[in-house]
Write a new protein. Structure first.
Length: 474
């Protein structure tokens, strides 16, 4: 009964998250409440759930805490949940959140100092087809270095300066969403889901790049080819110009470019830091943030003629971090952790193994689901259902050939990164990039569904086909 209640609460929470624009309740609030309710149900039912869900872990915990032997069984279960399971899951969640906070702050520093103007000032073509391809490729590679949401914001704001007709702008903005999601999927720092997989050790930097860059490139080239058939002729300039390219007071063009170069270099060095030191990725991004902080402090130290109130120091930028997004990730990841602790995800994994038993089919379904359900909890659920397999233990498993897909950098994890990232493009509400574009340009959901969803699906399936071909050939 408790298991069914937890599933029901999770589903109801998801419905409210998916219908955020209708119910007018922030999804972060719903995620936090859902997480709390799930853990409350679990801890009061722990006495009946733990023997079936995690008997071995409970036995290890009790052997390490002999002082609990004289307590009641219920108290032992409560302590197991509070002193072991929650702490373990919270630690894993905190690694992801700290990485996001560091990366978001560095990107905001670049943006607020006009660093991205270096890119936008160089796009001068008025040919629609040529502009489409330029914007698609810039978005693709920008999101691999930064993140898909930031790349979408930068590129959509650029469109306002280039394109007058809002319907044409919707097509370009939609291609940006597809390119940003595809670009983020092949980079360990390009998307929240790849960050999660990288932080947890499911994937590593070089293998994910080499295996997914071609499928991801195909997944945006197919839609771009289709869209280029629709867009013909020369663009008419808009009647207004926005202030997107203005730099903050006292910051020269050269200083903006140096901040861009330093910020991007530090972000790119995060995977290198992990490979050399073997420390978790959040340590690398926090080191990068610290160095960026020192650089900007030294920059402003020289500027005696600028009022302190208009200096964009890191301490000021940190106040504008998107905390609702951070809290949403906290709530949703801890919600999934509750389901994992209760053994629900293991049961689901068993059902998929017995009913589907094909990593390509499972991941393809996850990708389609990510266009409806946020890809963050889907990936969190997948990592909960399927632990990383130790290659040394494969020989002793019942189905070693199948379980080999789940070793670090195995086929399942790489395809999961692709499907969860690219599949979210099928519907505009399926990714953070899509939601941002929808908000900035007021793109109609049904317009996107009628005009973009099919080409996004074609690109998504083509990318999966290319990945399967790579596996077969190499």
């Amino acid at each position: 009964m408790s298991i069914l209640l937890m599933v029901a609460v999770f589903v109801v929470g998801y419905v409210f998250i998916a219908l955020e624009n209708k119910v007018k309740i922030d999804k972060a609030a719903v995620a936090l409440v859902t997480s709390s309710i799930l853990w409350v149900i679990y801890i009061f039912s722990a006495g009946t759930i733990i023997p079936a869900a995690s008997p071995e872990d409970f036995a290890i915990f009790m052997s390490a805490n002999l002082d609990l032997a004289h307590h009641s069984y219920f108290e032992q279960c409560v302590r197991f949940v509070t002193d072991h399971q929650i702490i373990e899951h919270l630690g894993e969640t905190a690694e992801v959140l700290l990485f996001l906070i560091g990366a978001m702050t560095i990107v905001d520093l670049i943006d607020i100092h006009g660093g991205f103007n270096f890119i936008t000032e160089r796009i001068t073509t008025r040919n629609k087809t040529k502009l489409l391809w330029i914007i698609a490729f810039i978005s693709f590679f920008m999101s691999a270095l930064l993140d898909n949401m930031t790349s979408t914001i930068v590129m959509v704001m650029l469109l306002r300066k280039l394109i007058a007709n809002y319907k044409e702008r919707w097509v370009f903005a939609s291609i940006i969403v597809l390119a940003a999601n595809s670009g983020g999927a092949w980079s360990p720092i390009g998307d929240v889901t790849t960050i999660m997989l990288w932080v947890k050790g499911n994937i590593s930097a070089v293998p994910i790049i080499t295996s997914l860059i071609l499928p991801c490139l195909v997944s945006i080239m197919i839609p771009a080819l289709i869209a280029s058939r629709i867009l013909r002729g020369i663009l008419r300039s808009p009647d207004y110009r926005d202030d997107f390219e203005k730099r903050p007071v006292g910051i020269s063009k050269g200083e903006s470019m140096r901040i861009l170069a330093v910020g991007v270099f530090l972000l790119v060095m995060v995977p290198v830091f992990k490979s050399v030191t073997h420390l978790p990725p959040y340590m690398g991004v926090m080191t990068a943030l610290g160095l960026m902080w020192i650089y900007t402090e030294l920059l402003y130290k020289k500027k005696k003629d600028i009022e302190e109130s208009i200096k964009n120091r890191v301490a000021k930028v940190l106040k504008h971090i998107d905390m609702p997004t951070i809290l949403f990730f906290l709530g949703i990841l801890m919600s999934v952790a509750a389901l994992q602790s209760a053994g629900i995800l293991n049961s689901l994994a068993g059902f998929l193994d017995s009913g589907v038993h094909n990593v390509y089919a499972i991941n393809t379904m996850i990708g389609v689901m990510s266009s409806i359900i946020d890809n963050v909890p889907l990936v969190a659920a997948a990592t909960g259902m399927y632990p990383v397999v130790d290659p040394a233990s494969l020989a002793g498993m019942a189905d070693p050939a199948y379980m080999a897909y789940f070793v670090q950098d195995g086929i399942f994890w790489h395809l999961l990164a692709y499907c969860a990232g690219v599949g979210g493009s099928i519907l505009i509400i399926g990714s953070a990039a899509g939601v941002v574009a929808m908000g900035l340009e007021k793109i109609n959901f049904m317009w996107y569904f009628k005009n973009i969803s099919l080409m996004a699906l074609c690109g998504y399936l083509a990318g999966i086909g290319v990945y399967m071909l790579q596996v077969w050939l190499f």
